[in-house]
Design a protein around this ligand. Structure first.
Ligand SMILES: *Cc1c(COP(=O)(O)O)cnc(C)c1O
Length: 354
């Protein structure tokens, strides 16, 4: 792997006590090209602007996918990545759906390890803080024909981020919408495709204008079954059971979701991955069996939901705090990620640094 180190590190300019998500990037990045029918060797270069032609394919047709993960500080010699195999598998599946050639697991893992070793001082040391890692692939060919490109670029940039909840959990409020859908069966909803987000900002803005944090997406066909939140998957604790919408084309297969399901089963909680109608959630609330609602995703890990609005009706849970099950889930997942708890599942991927 070719590595070009920066001559002027920017780390001294970082205020690690006041980190803003996704604004500041570490000194180095991964850059790997696909051309002549093959992925080339990954390179590590100083983080810098890249140049491209206005005809660059991805800008016109959105052939682009991404991942999101975090690197966690354990001690001065150890940084943890989390469920790397799953992230590689998911970017491969996303790539397949977007007609992007798959990259090897070795290139994915080796280059990430090297980047983390090189920029390990950028991993914030406080519990809850982390280095956000953003791998992405885009069609880089200089060609505006509407067919899959023949040249691509894989890059990874990283950004130090603060704990998602600085002063305790802050339950989110969600609303359904009649006017828009996120994903349809046969579409790209289960791929982490850049374009899925492009279409979601308008409905999100409208929801925010009405005072909600985010949209709770329902199925596109009947506008009846809960799907996810667009940046996180959703869980309902009803009558002792944990219920989450099943995957199947329109729901993004979250890796935090997978961890939540595995841990719940470990704790002998009944887990149901199935269709769940929004009416069932309201019904459970009415008859007193709705215990907790929370989202799951890499950024917040577990995000308690305090309110859901649907067609003029509202469910309100305790909006000041997180439920005991969600709290235990949060403590366990973060405990494993930061190396404070044992990892019997082989989820953490330690990188030896320093
Ligand atoms: C990334 C993402 C999630 C959460 O996935 P994690 O792997 O848990 O971070 C959920 N929904 C959508 C649409 C996403 O893009």
């Amino acid at each position: 792997m070719e590595i070009t180190k920066t001559q002027n590190s920017r780390i001294s300019s970082v205020d690690f006590d006041n980190l803003e998500f996704g604004r500041m990037f570490s000194d180095h990045m991964i850059d790997m090209s696909y051309k002549n029918g093959a992925w080339q060797d990954p390179q590590i270069t100083p983080y810098a602007p890249i140049s491209f032609h206005p005809s660059m394919h991805a800008l016109h047709y959105g052939q682009a996918v991404f991942e999101g993960m975090k690197a966690y500080y354990v001690d001065d010699e150890t940084i943890h990545l989390f469920r790397l195999d799953d992230h590689h598998e998911r970017i491969s599946n996303s790539s397949e759906r977007l007609c992007i050639p798959k990259m090897s697991k070795d290139a994915f893992v080796d280059s990430l390890e090297e980047l983390i070793r090189l920029d390990h001082e950028w991993v914030p040391k406080k519990f809850g803080h982390a280095l956000y890692v953003r791998p992405f692939i885009f069609a880089s060919e200089e060609y505006i024909a509407a067919r899959a490109a023949k040249e691509y670029r894989y890059m990874v940039i990283t950004s130090p981020v603060a704990a998602y909840y600085k002063e305790g959990f802050n339950p989110v409020s969600l609303t359904t919408t009649d006017d828009y859908v996120r994903a349809v069966k046969g579409g790209t909803g289960e791929a982490k495709a850049a374009g899925n987000y492009g279409g979601s900002f308008l409905p999100a803005q409208k929801a925010q204008k009405e005072g909600y944090t985010q949209v709770l997406w329902l199925d596109a066909k009947e506008n009846k079954y809960v799907e996810e939140v667009g940046t996180m998957n959703i869980f309902f604790k009803i009558d002792g059971k944990l219920i989450t919408p099943k995957l199947g084309g329109t729901v993004l297969p979250g890796i935090t979701r997978r961890s939540v399901i595995a841990l719940a089963k470990e704790w002998n909680v009944d887990v149901e991955e199935r269709r769940i109608a929004i009416d069932e959630v309201f019904e459970a609330h009415k008859n007193g069996t709705l215990e907790e609602i929370f989202g799951s995703g890499t950024a917040a890990v577990i995000s308690p939901v305090g309110l859901i609005h649907h067609k003029g009706n509202t469910i309100e849970l305790d909006r000041e705090k997180i439920g005991p099950f969600a709290q235990k889930m949060y403590d366990t997942i973060t405990g494993i990620q930061y190396g404070k708890l044992d990892d019997p599942y082989g989820w953490v991927h330690p990188v030896k640094v320093g």
